[in-house]
Design a binder for this molecule. Structure first.
Ligand code: NOJ
Length: 546
């Protein structure tokens, strides 16, 4: 790869769910001070950048994805000065910073929404959001049948009679992206943070900003053809073509600044073609490849996802960005811990099948890490992936904070199980997440046996997940074949993924039930488990020098 290739084409980006990363002030919630104190850890891990979940001023109805002021840091996390210091220190460590930006909705406490409430029906203030009269007698029915992603209707009625749209919680009113103020405000927010040195943004719900102006009812899903689900021709609020004009403007804003600033879209699209549309020339730089995360632990499924993604992205000249876990989904150590790993159905919460065998899940997670880090493009690591943390599936109901729990009428425990604070050291909670003399316990309880999975416990243990990640990232950084580029599949049985990358690199992943004889090679650079007699055991992966 040439040294002029932009960094984001090959970057390994570590996701910091800031509430749960490290607590600097002892209130049981992670913060910027905690993150700053752990920069040396991240540097030694070998990541290129941090994506930081929303840190803005927020009433925290949805973990900070309800922003009240985009130019202020929430006091729970610190101040703008702390953020500036973090950016500077991270840069000194050679680590870039990518905050989240949340343009689809604000908090109901945002000054604009408060002004809209005060100004009343028909006012220009209300026009920045999506207010409508209801249907039916006295407008008592919502304006249409759209549903909130967190359950229940996507509309809430105000005492004055009008309804407002929220595709997420009622505390997250959707902005009206047909309003010029909304465009101008977000361009200004981007410049505010770019000029403070951030290297890019992760765009929340990037596929949701444009709505059909008629706000029609959601039609039922088109009938499957040959058993294949068919995409909506034009969904009234997801992945509409109009969103791309917004991002072409954002791209120009990013290009005003020096130093390769970049965007990554959280865009859920029905097909790889539609995803690729976000990263066409002049649009965004990258988009998460959720198809990889949704695939089952199955060679055919994974291979199809890899082929389709690479083909579509290379048509538009964009790199892939592989991802296995994030703060919204069941941690992959637990997903893979089921004998049969269910394929994720888009737009539905994941339903694991059967009981978890965490040894199995860990073996597969190790193999998946080597697969992901060997594929062409960039990769995301969700904090704790490198420790092999499982989903905490047995959080007591009394501690749950995700709005999904309430909005689902207590039928869905939501996403807290993947958001439990990290274990750093020691034998008892808070495992170094907060200092020993902290005034409060971690905001979610950590399992007692996480002492075994702490950074301290794994450091220096060559068989640990942490050392596997450290070695893989070190090799990846040094190896000219890895990161951006191309790959070629090698002949292998249907349940084995084997591919070659120039110069001199081969990755083999065994998803079959039998040991697999490795192809000819000069050395084993890295393996997810012991290799005897050149045999790769089931659910293992290896990097070979050839
Ligand atoms: C996607 C974010 O990742 C998720 O955590 C959040 O709840 C929704 N967008 C709404 O902002």
């Amino acid at each position: 790869m040439s040294s002029t290739t932009p960094w984001w084409r090959s970057a390994v980006i570590y996701q910091v769910y800031i509430r749960s990363f490290a607590d600097g002030d002892g209130d049981g919630v992670g913060d910027i001070a905690g993150l700053r104190s752990r920069l040396p850890y991240l540097k030694a891990l070998g990541v290129d950048a941090l994506w930081i979940n929303p840190w803005y001023k927020s009433p925290m109805a949805d973990g900070g994805y309800d922003v009240a002021d985009y130019r202020a840091i929430d006091p729970l996390f610190g101040t703008v000065a702390d953020a500036e210091q973090l950016i500077e220190e991270a840069h000194r460590h050679g680590i870039r910073i990518i905050p989240d930006i949340v343009p689809n909705h604000t908090s109901d406490q945002h000054a604009w929404f408060q002004a809209a409430l005060a100004a009343g029906p028909g006012s220009p203030e209300r026009d920045r959001y999506i207010f409508r009269p209801g249907r039916g007698p006295e407008g008592a029915e919502p304006p249409n049948n759209w549903v909130s992603c967190f359950g229940g209707p996507a509309w809430t009625r105000l005492p004055g009679g009008d309804w407002y749209l929220h595709l997420y919680a009622p505390e997250q009113p959707d902005l009206n992206w047909q309003h010029p103020d909304v465009h101008a405000e977000f361009e200004s927010i981007l410049r505010f943070w770019f000029s403070r040195g951030v290297d890019g943004f992760r765009i929340d719900v990037a596929h949701g900003l444009a709505k059909d102006p008629e706000l029609p009812d959601l039609a039922s899903q088109p009938a499957p053809v040959d058993g294949q689900p068919q995409p909506y021709v034009q969904h009234p609020h997801w992945d509409r073509d109009e969103v791309h004009a917004i991002y072409r403007t954002w791209r120009k804003v990013a290009d005003e600044f020096d130093g390769d600033r970049c965007f990554v879209a959280e865009a859920w699209a029905d097909t790889p073609e539609r995803l690729a549309a976000y990263v066409r020339p002049g649009g965004l730089h990258t988009a998460f490849n959720f198809d990889f995360l949704m695939a089952s632990w199955d060679a055919k499924d994974l291979r199809a996802v890899i082929d389709d993604s690479l083909a579509m992205l290379s048509d538009v000249g964009a790199p892939a960005t592989w991802v296995l876990s994030n703060h919204d989904v069941m941690r992959h150590t637990s997903r893979y811990a089921r004998k049969t790993v269910a394929r994720w159905v888009p737009n539905q919460r994941y339903q694991p099948q059967g009981t978890a065998d965490l040894d199995l899940g860990t073996r597969r997670a190790r193999a998946a890490a080597l697969l992901m880090l060997a594929l062409p493009g960039g990769a995301y690591i969700y904090q704790g992936d490198e420790l092999g943390l499982p989903e905490v599936e047995d959080l007591p109901e009394s501690v749950l904070q995700d709005p999904i729990w309430e909005r689902s009428g207590h039928t869905d425990k939501g996403r807290d199980g993947c958001r439990v604070p990290l274990p750093w050291s020691g034998q008892t909670a808070p495992f170094g997440f907060s200092q020993a003399d902290a005034s409060a316990e971690p905001w979610l309880p950590q399992p007692a046996n996480w002492s075994e999975r702490s950074v301290e416990a794994q450091t220096g243990d060559e068989t640990s997940m942490l050392e596997l990640y450290r070695t893989a990232l070190r090799l990846r950084r040094a190896h000219p074949a890895l990161g951006d580029g191309t790959m070629t599949w090698l002949d292998a049985p249907a349940d084995v993924l084997a591919f070659h990358r120039e110069p001199g690199f081969t990755c083999v992943v065994n998803l079959s039930n039998e040991a697999y004889q490795l192809p000819e090679h000069s050395t084993i650079s890295l393996a997810s488990g012991p290799i005897r007699d050149g045999l790769l055991e089931p659910d293992h992966a290896v990097w070979l020098k050839v």
